[in-house]
Design a protein around this ligand. Structure first.
Ligand code: NAD
Length: 245
C-alpha cells in the first residue's frame, strides 16, 4: 500500500513504533526509524534484518530542533522526498501532582509535544514542495477522558489532538493530511512500567475484553497513511477496543 513512500517514524525502536516500522516496510515503504540511542537503533535494525526487512535509522536528540532539521535534510538529500511522518516517540507518567517535579512535567511536554512540532516543522516544507504528504501523530485514549494521575501525560496528548486538528486545517490546501491515532492500553514497555492497580480497572472498561497489541495500532497507522484514507484529515482515530473511562 505504500510503495516507495519515504516514512520517518520516531520512537521506532520498540513497541508501537517498531511494529509500525515493520508493517510499513512490509508494505514497501522506505522506512527510517528514529530512536533515542545509537545502540537501540542498531538493535532494531538488526532485528528487522533477521526477518529480511531493510530499514534505516538515526538517533537525533528530539528536543533539539536544529539537529532534527539537519537529519531530516540528510534524509531528503538521499531520497528526494519525504512522504510520511509518524510522531510516535513518547513517555508517560503516573505520579500525583504534588510528587511531580517541574522537570518531570517539562520532560513529557518536551518529548510528547515539542518534538512532534519540531519534526513536523522540519518535514512540511518538503511535503509542500511535493504538494502531498501525511503526518500521523500518536495521541492516546487519555486525550479524550483525562487520567487521574500523571497529569503531564494527558495534557501532552490533548495538545497533540490540538496540533493534529489545527495543522489539518492549515495544510489541507497543500494536500498534506494530518491525523492522529489514539491507542487504548497497548501491550508495550510503557504499560509494563505502569502499576497493576492502574491497568486492571482500565481493562474492565474495554468492551473487546483484551489489551491492544502494537499491531492493532500499526494497522491504523497503515490505513491512515495509505491512499485508502485520502479523504481523511484532522481525525483522531480511537483504537482502544471500544474503551470508555
Ligand atoms: P515504548 O515505551 O515501548 O516506546 C517508546 C518509544 O519512544 C521508544 O522507541 C523510545 O526509543 C522512544 N523514546 C522514548 N524516549 C525518547 C526520547 N527521549 N527521545 C527519543 N525517543 C524516545 O512505548 P509505546 O507504548 O510503544 O508508545 C509509543 C507511543 O504510543 C507513545 O507516544 C505513547 O504515548 C503512545 N501510547 C501508548 C499507549 C500504550 O498503552 N502503550 C497508549 C496510548 C498511547
Amino acid at each position: 500500500m505504500l510503495k516507495n513512500k519515504v516514512t520517518i517514524i520516531t520512537g521506532g525502536t520498540r513497541g508501537i513504533g517498531f511494529e509500525t516500522a515493520k508493517l510499513f516496510a512490509q508494505n514497501h515503504a522506505k522506512v527510517i526509524l528514529f530512536g533515542s540511542k545509537e545502540e537501540s537503533v542498531k538493535k532494531a535494525i538488526e532485528k528487522l534484518k533477521k526477518e529480511n526487512i531493510e530499514v534505516e535509522g538515526f538517533f537525533p536528540n528530539l528536543n533539539n530542533g536544529k539537529e532534527i532539521e539537519e537529519v531530516v535534510e540528510k534524509i531528503y538529500q538521499k531520497y528526494g522526498q519525504i512522504d510520511i511522518l509518524i510522531n510516535n516517540a513518547g513517555i508517560s507518567a503516573n505520579k500525583k501532582i504534588e510528587d511531580t517535579s517541574i522537570e518531570e512535567f517539562d520532560k513529557i511536554i518536551n518529548l510528547n509535544v515539542n518534538a512532534a512540532f519540531y519534526m513536523t516543522k522540519a518535514v512540511v516544507p518538503y511535503m509542500k514542495n511535493k504538494q502531498s504528504g501525511v503526518v500521523l501523530n500518536t495521541s492516546s485514549m487519555v486525550s479524550l477522558y483525562g487520567q487521574a494521575s500523571g497529569v503531564g501525560y494527558p495534557t501532552s496528548k490533548f495538545a497533540i489532538n490540538g496540533m493534529t486538528k489545527s495543522l489539518a486545517l492549515e495544510l489541507g490546501k497543500y494536500n498534506i493530511r494530518v491525523n492522529a491515532v489514539a491507542p487504548g492500553i497497548t501491550n508495550t514497555d510503557m504499560v509494563a512500567n505502569l502499576p497493576k492497580e492502574m491497568i486492571e480497572p482500565l481493562l474492565k472498561t474495554v468492551p473487546l475484553g483484551r489489551i491492544g497489541e502494537p499491531i492493532d495500532i500499526a494497522n491504523a497507522f497503515l490505513f491512515l497513511a495509505s491512499p485508502m484514507a485520502n479523504y481523511i484529515t484532522g481525525a483522531i482515530l480511537s483504537v482502544d477496543g471500544g474503551a470508555k473511562s
